[in-house]
Design a protein around this ligand. Structure first.
Ligand code: DNO
Length: 373
């Protein structure tokens, strides 16, 4: 298992690589090239420069989050083949710079959705929040404006401005797309891309839909155990796997995350661990990582990963904004660093009590790797 943190390059992050390196137990970052328009090839020289910057800071770049999937692929348009070829070329380049895991999603038009990205809690911290009726009362453009408007001047991953122009027309387009068509478009993409992922040894890890229910009449794909099972059956290769995002799946009160881990463990390559507190079945506030702060039992989640021999990547997901920090919503330093060390503490305790400790070996290897650079 490797603990990593998400980091945004090109000066678009308040958190520095040096701060990440000083966070105990963190060996690398999940990163991206956000300025490259969706559908275009990520060129090798840019990737090499990014890796150099990260390695020079003593960190690894083994995970990319995300290479977004062009809407024409999700829509199944004839132009999709050109974008699929570009996606494959990007995978080849990622492999050449040592990337091992690629997180992506297949959500149509909009990525994750919140009604508020800076909801104040009584203790003065702020979190991202979701109020179902409020989201339903707005069109996606207004949701986007509300989210981006409170994002402290940082870009929001998945809410790139390039999406906004075509949003209304895209949503209209999907009115004519059945769930069956959408699954077929997904299959077409996987059948083309996964052989390349195998060839270049890059594990694909689809991110669940967030929240895990349909919005604005759009199709949903990865929202719980049944659809995860159906998704993984579309392409049996271990290179077509999952990003297990506890916050996304956990927003669905029907989802039993430890059971999902037990069932799909060999296909889980990346995990986003965070907690949330429901106000109703469809309303929630994100919360601090601790089990006591939300509805998810983080001990049971980490234990399930441990028991199934998880050896992929974990990152603490969205933290609260605390201690006066000004950062991209969900991606400040302080609460994610607390989260990382809480999760590592759980892992170490479970590990030591198991009688077959791995953690000391993993962490000392990570430390040794850094010293040798
Ligand atoms: C939000 C993130 C998502 C995620 C993508 C993966 O904070 O969890 O934007 O990165 O859905 O493709």
């Amino acid at each position: 298992m490797k603990m990593i943190l998400r980091w945004f390059p090109k000066g678009d992050d308040s958190v520095t690589l040096e701060q990440i390196r000083q966070t105990p137990g963190v060996s690398g970052v999940a990163t991206c090239l956000p300025h490259i328009p969706v559908g275009m090839v990520w060129e090798l020289d840019e990737l090499r420069a990014l890796r150099r910057e990260i390695n020079d800071a003593g960190l690894e770049m083994e995970v990319i989050e995300s290479v977004n999937v062009h809407e024409d692929i999700k829509k199944g348009l004839p132009s999709r083949d050109k974008y699929i070829q570009n996606y494959i070329e990007t995978i080849k380049h990622l492999s050449a710079v040592g990337v091992k895991c690629l997180c992506y999603n297949f959500m149509p038009v909009v990525d994750w959705v919140r009604s508020d990205v800076a909801h104040r809690l009584p203790d003065g911290s702020s979190v991202m929040a979701y109020r179902h009726e409020k989201v339903l009362s707005m069109d996606p453009k207004r949701v986007a404006d509300a989210m981006v408007g409170k994002s402290m001047g940082f870009s929001l991953p998945g809410w790139e401005p390039e999406r906004f122009a075509g949003m209304a027309a895209d949503i209209e387009f999907y009115r004519g797309v059945t769930a069956k068509d959408y699954w077929e478009n997904m299959r077409y993409f996987l059948e083309a891309v996964v052989p390349a992922a195998e060839r270049y040894d890059v594990k694909m890890a689809i991110h669940p839909d967030d929240p895990p229910w349909s919005l604005f009449g759009l199709p949903k794909l990865v929202d719980g155990a049944d659809n995860i099972r159906a998704f993984l059956a579309l392409c049996e290769s271990p290179y077509s796997g999952l990003t297990l995002c506890t916050g996304s799946l956990g927003a669905g009160v029907h989802n039993d995350i430890p059971a999902i881990i037990h069932e799909f463990a060999p296909r889980i390559h990346f995990t986003h661990l965070r907690n949330l507190k429901h106000l109703s079945d469809r309303d929630f506030d994100e919360s601090a990582h601790l089990s006591a702060c939300g509805d998810l039992d983080m001990f049971a989640i980490v234990k399930a990963l441990y028991d199934r021999g998880f050896d992929g990547y974990i990152r603490p997901d969205h933290g609260r904004m605390i201690w006066g920090e000004k950062a991209r919503p969900g991606y400040g330093l302080y609460d994610r660093a607390l989260g990382a060390n809480y999760l590592l503490g759980l892992w170490e305790a479970i590990d030591k009590m198991s009688g077959r400790p791995w953690v000391s070996r993993d962490l000392s290897l990570a430390a040794a790797g850094r010293q040798s650079r």
